[in-house]
Design a protein around this ligand. Sequence first.
Ligand SMILES: NC(=O)c1ccc[n+]([C@@H]2O[C@H](COP(=O)([O-])OP(=O)(O)OC[C@H]3O[C@@H](n4cnc5c(N)ncnc54)[C@H](O)[C@@H]3O)[C@@H](O)[C@H]2O)c1
Length: 252
Amino acid sequence: MGEFSGKVAVVTAAAGVGIGQATARSLAKEGANVVVSDAHAKRTAQVANEIINEYGVKTLGIQCDVRVPAQVESMVNQTLREWGRIDILVNNAGIDKPSPVWEMDDESWNLIIDTNLKGVFNCCRAVIPTMMKQKYGKIVNMSSVLAWLGGKEEGVAYVTAKAGIQGLTRAVARQVGKFNINVNAVAPGLAHNPFLDKLQPPEYFQKIRSQEILGRDGTPQDMANAILFLCSEKAGFITGSCLCISGGWFMY
Ligand SMILES: NC(=O)c1ccc[n+]([C@@H]2O[C@H](COP(=O)([O-])OP(=O)(O)OC[C@H]3O[C@@H](n4cnc5c(N)ncnc54)[C@H](O)[C@@H]3O)[C@@H](O)[C@H]2O)c1
């Protein structure tokens, strides 16, 4: 019996090599039945199968692009048909396409805002009516320390979206608190994974590392641990908050 035995958890963007998969695995390890949701169909099925085999929980792999409301609704309906409830929603999906503001085209802006910010709205809107009926729910949204720091190499749309997520988190938390639904955000610093090495040069990570006062890079598991805390009963009196997880890179 784990801490989340019997709970149903939906994790978006859970089929990559980063925070989403680490969170889905950690929830499964603690007994939750997990929806591995991701835009990438093949990896979604793979990760869902691995989790079933490794942790023996029930798992659904559902392809879902969080930008598309119809796909989000379909993912929620499929989950409800299978398991009848959704206790936990981790809105992890996010991408960046760095560019200075004067060079950013409309297409890039829309892609980043739609994935990072509208995706969170789409998933909250689709899941919250079920949580209201249950009078129970835990939602964790994915922000970033860059919402406070402003970023530099990172794009303006990304920073804007991650700051917007903090506002959305507070607004939604206010609306649903009376239904026993906790809504919080996490703001990771660096959660190093092999995919990021393809996007940024080593100097990018060295610069961040020099500012992480704990003297090491953050990992996807560091972030998953904090997300699980916010999904747990130990965090029952926390709502509308944003937990900074950056090894001291940024202190908030
Ligand atoms: N990695 C970091 O250092 C870091 C730092 C701060 C914040 N974050 C945020 O944490 C979240 C996870 O990032 P990560 O780097 O750990 O990667 P991750 O592995 O958790 O996510 C990557 C996955 O996202 C999926 N995805 C992309 N667009 C999608 C969409 N529209 N719908 C559904 N799935 C989609 C991809 O298919 C991929 O499998 C993001 O929101 C990111 O902005 C990451």
